[in-house]
Design a protein around this ligand. Structure first.
Ligand SMILES: Cc1cc2nc3c(=O)[nH]c(=O)nc-3n(C[C@H](O)[C@H](O)[C@H](O)COP(=O)(O)OP(=O)(O)OC[C@H]3O[C@@H](n4cnc5c(N)ncnc54)[C@H](O)[C@@H]3O)c2cc1C
Length: 293
């Protein structure tokens, strides 16, 4: 176990059941001989984020809610007390707006020099046929999160989209919020190596999809939240835990915008704002710690 952290003891405090697995048990779950041990938490839920987001959007759509995708907001201005979000093809007007643009809160002029822009990356295999599934072995659905934050997350999915494996690793620091092709090619090579090391029995199974995305972090591990201008509410910066922190941030922004107070909202409002970053080159040197893995 890395960094001498006793994860089982932490989980006990939370009342969360957990069980140590040895290498043979890890192989029973994953089909891989790579793992010497792992901490199994039967109470955890793994969700498919794209399905989750799409289903939520489908439920929201109604005669009162429109969803516009691929409509970059080029300008956001408050004119006579009404926010105007301007896109290439139109304007949306509203008295209250929630900004949920992750690290791009900064592109709208908020939390400047307070957000750390880190990217991480995933590769997903093509759907495996029955023969490959048999060679792989193990269970049909599982997820492994590394004890070392710089390690690899590996997931096995089945059902929607077929039987596939996903490898996620590498973090890079991208203050300009874009990543070069050369860097991406290096990252895809790392994914192939991580995959081959874990699943030699799947030689020849290729990656079908590869992607990367923005993780917004703050130095003091807090969200970029609250009412940042009159009628403009921020639900940004999940510190790498988008599924939980992002959902919570969105709920809190909605409560704040509609004047629904709750204990959780009070807790959020009591947090410090994201801490100011040190000037360059120190911010880059500090963040270089991420540029590995
Ligand atoms: C490979 C990878 C694996 C991950 N794994 C996990 C995991 O296992 N568990 C977990 O909890 N988190 C994980 N994360 C982190 C998680 O994905 C993010 O924290 C989460 O997506 C942040 O959600 P968000 O909605 O705040 O921001 P984003 O998902 O970044 O969405 C922001 C949106 O704002 C839009 N936007 C920006 N500017 C504008 C503009 N001017 N006009 C219109 N739209 C704009 C962008 O297009 C984007 O769609 C992972 C991230 C990556 C990249």
């Amino acid at each position: 176990m890395h960094h001498n952290v006793d994860y089982a003891a932490h989980l006990d405090v939370l009342g969360e059941p957990s069980e140590m697995l040895n290498g043979a048990q890890m192989q029973d779950v994953t089909g891989s001989r790579y793992y010497q041990g792992g901490l199994f938490t039967p109470g955890t839920v793994v969700l498919q984020p794209a399905l989750f987001v799409r289903s939520a959007a489908q439920r929201l759509r109604s005669n009162r809610v429109n969803i516009y995708e691929n409509s970059a907001v080029r300008a956001l201005d408050r004119i006579d007390g009404i926010w105007h979000a301007r896109t290439d093809k139109g304007v949306v007007k509203a008295p209250k707006v929630i900004l949920a643009v992750n690290g791009h809160a900064q592109s709208f002029g908020h939390f400047k020099r307070r957000l750390v822009h880190v990217y991480t990356y995933g590769s997903m295999t093509k759907a495996m046929d029955a023969d490959a599934v048999k060679r792989l072995g193990g269970q049909a659905n599982w997820g492994i999160t590394p004890a070392d934050p710089l390690g690899s997350t590996v997931r096995r999915i089945s059902g929607t989209g077929g039987d596939r494996l996903i490898v996620r690793n590498r973090f890079t620091y991208e203050p300009s919020m874009s990543v070069s092709d050369a860097k991406l090619n290096g990252i895809w090579r790392t994914h192939n190596e991580s995959f081959a090391a874990r699943f030699p029995q799947l030689e020849g199974i290729e990656m079908e999809h590869r992607w990367g995305g923005h993780l917004c972090l703050s130095m003091n591990n807090v969200p970029a939240s609250g009412e940042v201008e009159e009628g403009l509410f921020s639900a940004c910066c999940q510190n790498g835990l988008g599924t939980v922190q992002g959902t919570l941030g969105g709920m809190m922004a909605a409560e704040l915008a509609t004047d629904h107070r709750s204990d959780m909202l009070d807790d959020m409002l009591a947090l410090d704002p994201p801490k100011r970053l040190p000037p360059e080159p120190f911010a880059r040197l500090g963040a270089r710690a991420f540029d590995v893995g």
